[in-house]
Design a protein. Structure first.
Length: 47
């Protein structure tokens, strides 16, 4: 029974870690997209 509880706890921790890393990667992806848009606007201004 204790092993089952330990497995559930490990699964929950693993899931929250996965969620956190996914949130971090989507945030960095959004940041890259924002940088790309900024550089495109800058290019248009330069032309």
């Amino acid at each position: 029974m204790a092993d089952f509880a330990r497995l559930r706890l490990a699964a929950r921790l693993n899931f929250s870690t996965m969620q956190a890393s996914r949130a971090t990667s989507s945030a960095s992806g959004a940041r890259k997209n924002g940088l790309l848009e900024d550089s495109l606007e800058q290019t248009v201004v330069n032309i």
